[in-house]
Design a protein around this ligand. Sequence first.
Ligand code: 0RQ
Length: 496
Amino acid sequence: MKYPFISAAEAASSIRHGDTVGIGGFSSVGTPKAVPAALAEHAGAMHREGKEFKVGLITGGATGNQVDSALALADAVSFRTPFQSNKDMRNSINAGEVQYFDLHLSQIGQDVRYGFLGKVNVAIAEASDITDEGEIIPSTSVGITPTLLQVADKIIIELNEAHSGKLAGMHDIYVPAMPPHRTEIPIYKVNDRIGTPSVKIDPSKVVGVVRTNERDRIAAFTPLNETTVRIGHNVAEFLCSEWKRGAIPQEFLPLQSGVGNIANAVLGALGDNPALPAFSMFTEVIQNSVIDLMAKGRIRFVAGSSLTLSDDHLDMMYDDIDTFRSRVLLRPQEITNHPELIRRMGIIAVNTALEADIFGNVNSTHVSGCKMMNGIGGSGDFARNAFLSIFTTPSTAKGGLISSIVPQVSHVDSTEHDVRILVTEQGVADLRGKSPSQRARCIIENCAHPDYRQLLWDYLKLSEGHSCHTPMSLKNAFKMHIAFAETGDMRNTKFE
Ligand code: 0RQ
């Protein structure tokens, strides 16, 4: 071993109050585990001595409990970017204790290299192996780890022996050059390899290597229900009819699928639809359903940034690793989500909305316009640049008290210009080539829940006819949200 072995506590003690710490990992996997926990303990000890201790936290995406819960509960984070999906971190963000900024996931790596977020003092990254030359083979995700290792002053490596010897050869590491010297990214097909299988680092920066032997703990998905099954079916039927009429090429196009329960259900429905040909995926997160569909021969190849798999699915892969190694590529999120590549290869993107308005603007992040849920993730990267950008949502939330179709979203993540198709369990709204008032009719008719349809027609009627392009009533646009805030039920809305 080229680098010294140290304990997690020794590693954590090299981190100072005020440091910006870059922690590797993506979509809750491939994140370091021992050092963040030790860092939380170190912060707690400093606080008990009456000393200040907070760090800025930059990650690739979601990091799981070992990082976000531990550090949020220890009150050890000053700022956080770009994506989280952890209850404790979410509470700290919404309480104003952590300054959080939400960014498209394709941008965070380059923002770090551009110096937009200041200096990164320490990078902590999980490796599955370290080569004899001292190069790092990442574990189950790549995220922005290559960038963090490149820019940080100090490097701490967690060598996770639970993955050692399994993942070598599955990574394709490529970091674009700095403008104005950047050239095209030479990926023309999903399975083109352009990078290296490991990350080269400067040995003089390495503080030490901490040994671990622990898998990531992936939360179980909520079982499919009637609503998610219907949404999946509607997406699959829509894509099938587009394919049959020749709007999607015969060999089909690569697919991106978002995170969460609904995305998992949609992918399952697409894969199991016998009318559709087997397809490839160009996505960020490789979820359980992808491995199931690969085993059935329905997905030919997948490129993503993380293997966000439960233990049984990771075992399935490890048991047949040679086959999977030839059909799975793990790349930095800057590449998996790159606008140039998404547009070039004609990706079909399917992401989830919290709410959508009758014009097709989508809110993926903020409950009632103010409370952060997770972050925009890669949904914006894909939605803007996709061949077809589809958003899905159940037509209601919280047992029908909330309509997910509203006159005006309370926060905008993907604009009406980026949303081509909206799907709920009620049906499909194809927004292509439609004006705002045509879109409003199409969405109310096809996507709104019957309990809310008349309310939305009423809104449209009183907003139209005062010589404007987009039928909108400033007085009434948020009345449904206000009714929920005041009475706990959007059905109590009274328009003026
Ligand atoms: O709350 O858990 O308390 O019941 O929101 O909703 O229906 O379980 O949906 O798990 O698929 O997540 C948009 C959050 C959906 C996710 C979002 C409440 C609802 C529930 C979750 P409870 P569901 P999902 C690429 C793509 C952004 C990032 C992204 C997400 C909870 O998909 O984070 O797209 N997307 N990345 O009850 C109030 C509403 C609501 C609502 C739902 N209108 N108002 N609450 N909920 N609608 C991948 C990456 O970026 C890595």
